[in-house]
Design a protein around this ligand. Sequence first.
Ligand code: NA7
Length: 509
Amino acid sequence: MDAQVGQPLKAESSRNEMSRRTGPRIVIIGAGVSGILAGIKLRERGWNDFVILERAETLGGTWRDNVYPGVAYDVPAHVYVYSFAPNPAWKTRYAKGPDIWRYYHDVARRHGVLGHIEYGKGVESAVFDGARWTVTTNDGESYDADVVIAAAGRLRDPKLPDIPGKETFAGSSFHTARWDNGISIKGKRIGLIGAGSSGVQVLAAIAGEVAHIKQFQRTPQWVFPVEDAPVPWWKRLAFRLSPSYLRQTYQQLLDFSNSRGALAFETKEGRAERDKVCSDALLRIRDPELRARLTPDYDVGCKRLVMSETWFEEVQRPNVSIVSERIEKIEPQGVRTIDGALHECDVLIYATGFDAHAYIRPMELTGEDGITLDEVWSELPLTYRSVSIPHMPNFFMLNGPSSPGGSASIVGIVETQWAYVDQLLSQVASEGVLIAPREDKAREWLAEVRERASNSVWATGGCQSWYLDHTGTPAYDAVTLPELQQSLAAPKMEDFEVRQASQVASPVQ
Ligand code: NA7
């Protein structure tokens, strides 16, 4: 039987391979898109002495956690793939969550990564002893490693709002990233808090089957109309028969997605065409009063753009209401807004997003001379080029703090970061060295990133969003994928401290 999203996966033993040890011993944290990539690339090198520690019971990160109705990715499917594993089989232009999960599971299986994953292993700490790392998981087990790669994801930990009375609600309630399939929503009165990408997808997917849905919208969001469509059978066949056609499609979509991602860093004039598409699309909301309440007062792209085609009609169904009044509290019967109205509901869905600034925390990291991550990150999450942290030798990250953001495909970003980390790993393996970035170089780089981001629409667009850190500066690098590829083409070794570690795995023969 094919694996299904959410179904626990058993570790497939790779002990025989492990005993034929090659390369440094590596611990990868997280079996999502980035961790699977790291595993594939290590195996490609012929390095099989690695383990992927995954806190959940199956792989897939975002695509395992988000199984709410309507979950889909808004980057075209044919580009949301590893560059080395194109997928001719996508059924729709924008892939649905379960299809994406199946793709990543399938690639991990085909590349022999499944046997390296240990499930139910939440990493609690990683401690460097001067030569190697000891990684400890929540079941008390320890793993020694020459190198640690954190691939823990960025929008990972659901954020529940700080609304009084949450625990008093008498019906069922859950976060979109913890969707409870055991609870039927058919014919029920639904309260939906949040109007970001998840809230919009849920509303558009369930409005037709529930008695009533009230979406509590604290801030309206710009919605870009994207038309999804099935990929016809003959096109899927053509993709299968002609790898060059599939590759060409990938490249075209990559260029398109790069240019769309780059809009966040464009001037207002440069963004005008996209802005017009969004404001014109709002004209599809027939009731002027509702349209006014759905119209944001900040620039398009300031918050991450929501993409949907069906939302424009679904939100106008008679059984859908947009509640713009602020929520005062939650009561057993439903949601009380500050105008005194009680919005009764049977099921309360929190589409309230994620803690976008936790990064690898709450994991405790202790680097050289006992310095902790909290000390290194006391002001800001200081990294060098997002992939390494001062005082943390041979510790690397994918999609870490200050990684690029926007609407570009994250897969291209993590592949680029991997190619850079891979070059450092070559040196670790061949020379048996410890590599950590110089703190002054990390500070310089972070200052550059913050300067660059302060000109992006995330900072200048007049909104609050999860792009911004506690200082109000975007925590994302405002670069395009080609710019990232250029800047990460080869490490500048003078920006690193490289020293010999007598106990690091002996050089690979
Ligand atoms: P988002 O984009 O962070 O959206 C969260 C939504 O929840 C947003 O509309 C928030 O309003 C709303 N929210 C959060 N707290 C509250 C409270 N206390 N009261 C009312 N409304 C609240 O999360 P998503 O899951 O939709 O999307 C995350 C990303 O995942 C998405 O961009 C894709 O990259 C995939 P606010 O706008 O802050 O006023």
